[in-house]
Design a protein around this ligand. Structure first.
Ligand SMILES: [Zn+2]
Length: 387
């Protein structure tokens, strides 16, 4: 945090200096008054004492449109330091200053709403964002922030209403976002056992984003659980079209569905489809076991080796090493076992998914990154260390 402070202070200081310099053209003596008081306040901040820098800054009876930016930045600095009370005091004083331009007061209100949000005072944060909407100021940012606030609260119905209102007011929308909200509601409905309601919500998700993989994935699961395997296969095909990297999530049930419809020709066509390309390791492993059942171990092993050489991965190497255990000579078995144990550990330690926005990684797939809150930014890790 201190490092951040060191980085930000020169910016804040420079902003204040230039603001004061502009002001000094009108009132030359003001520059030196401003400068000395400003740096006294910064010194308190820098030394991180128990002093109250806001009392120093609040002595600026001449906060005007030129110096307000500096106060705005200092309020933000307090928020980043976790000093919410000071950030709120600083930003609220700008909001209440009728002498400032409308856009500066709107900027301060936006930052005040963020202060309340960071402090966990969500009702107050929501009230300030709504105030901005009522005034027609910073509309898109206010809608975005309000939607994110309700996403964190898992209040999907309000998030949908806000997204629709935003589109009607500003003409702007984020593609596929409302579909995610409907899918979240459908997930909750399913958890409560309301399957029909979930289907209605998924239909709404598809009306927002006809190509959204998530709704197809959920419909496939519903069809599978209901024994409608042909329907599940259709949905899995759409998932693969839209998000091929989701294959590891669906391959087991896709093969299971193909097996259940008792259409060996369709099953073989699908295997040929897999065989003709490079695949994620989970797809290779699932295909291998199906081929073994259909055509025997030798054909399945040949497929496996061909595929892991096309797309080498630690997981492939680990499973190949385990295959060698039974085939190895008794005097070599200990060495192969050590190799297997090491590969098991290495593979276990590798995360399966990573967020392309913030770098968050883990072993569970998320439609919304639990770290940065972005949608569709968590992806399966592809390559030697992943799939
Ligand atoms: Zn993220």
């Amino acid at each position: 945090m201190i490092n951040l402070l060191w980085l930000l202070l020169p910016v804040a200081a420079a902003a204040g200096w230039f603001a004061a310099k502009r002001n000094s053209k009108k009132h030359p003596e003001a520059f030196w008054d401003y400068s000395s008081q400003f740096h006294a306040g910064l010194n308190v901040l820098l030394n991180d004492t128990q002093g109250k820098p806001e009392t120093l800054f609040s002595e600026f009876s001449n906060i005007d449109n030129d110096t307000a930016d500096t106060h705005l930045a200092l309020g933000n600095l307090y928020r980043r330091r976790g000093e919410m009370d000071r950030a709120i005091v600083m930003h609220q004083s700008l909001v209440d200053n009728n002498g400032l331009d409308k856009d500066i007061r709107a900027a301060a209100r936006y930052e005040l709403a963020r202060d309340y949000d960071s402090a966990g005072l969500l009702d107050r944060s929501e009230k300030e964002f709504k105030e901005l909407l009522a005034c027609g100021e910073r509309t898109n940012e206010a809608y975005e922030s309000l939607m994110q606030l309700h996403e964190r609260e898992r209040d999907w119905a309000t998030a949908i209403a806000l997204a629709e209102e935003r589109e009607s007011v500003t003409g702007e929308s984020r593609f596929g976002l409302v579909a995610h909200y409907y899918c979240e509601l459908a997930t909750e409905a399913l958890a409560s056992g309301y399957t029909d309601e979930a289907k209605t919500l998924l239909a709404k998700a598809q009306s927002d984003n006809a190509d959204g993989a998530r709704a197809y994935l959920m419909l496939a699961s519903l069809a599978f659980d209901n024994g409608d395997y042909a329907e599940a296969i259709e949905h899995y095909e759409r998932v693969e079209e839209q998000r091929p990297e989701l294959m590891p999530e669906i391959i087991t049930r896709w093969f299971e569905s193909l097996s259940r419809i008792n259409d060996e020709a369709a099953l073989r066509r699908f295997i040929d489809h897999v065989r003709a390309r490079k695949n994620a390791y989970s797809v290779i492993r699932s295909s291998r076991s199906v081929i073994e059942r259909l055509d025997g171990a030798q054909t399945a092993d040949a497929f496996f080796i061909d595929q892991i050489l096309k797309r080498p991965s630690l997981k492939g190497l680990r499973d190949w090493a385990h295959d060698q255990l039974d085939k190895s000579k008794p005097e070599e078995r200990d060495k192969v076992q050590v190799m297997c144990a090491m590969l098991d550990t290495v593979v276990e330690e590798k995360p399966g998914y990573q967020c392309s926005s913030c770098g968050f990684s883990g072993n569970e797939f998320h439609w919304r990154c639990p770290s940065c809150g972005n949608w569709d930014s968590v992806h399966t890790i592809i390559g030697a260390e992943g799939e």
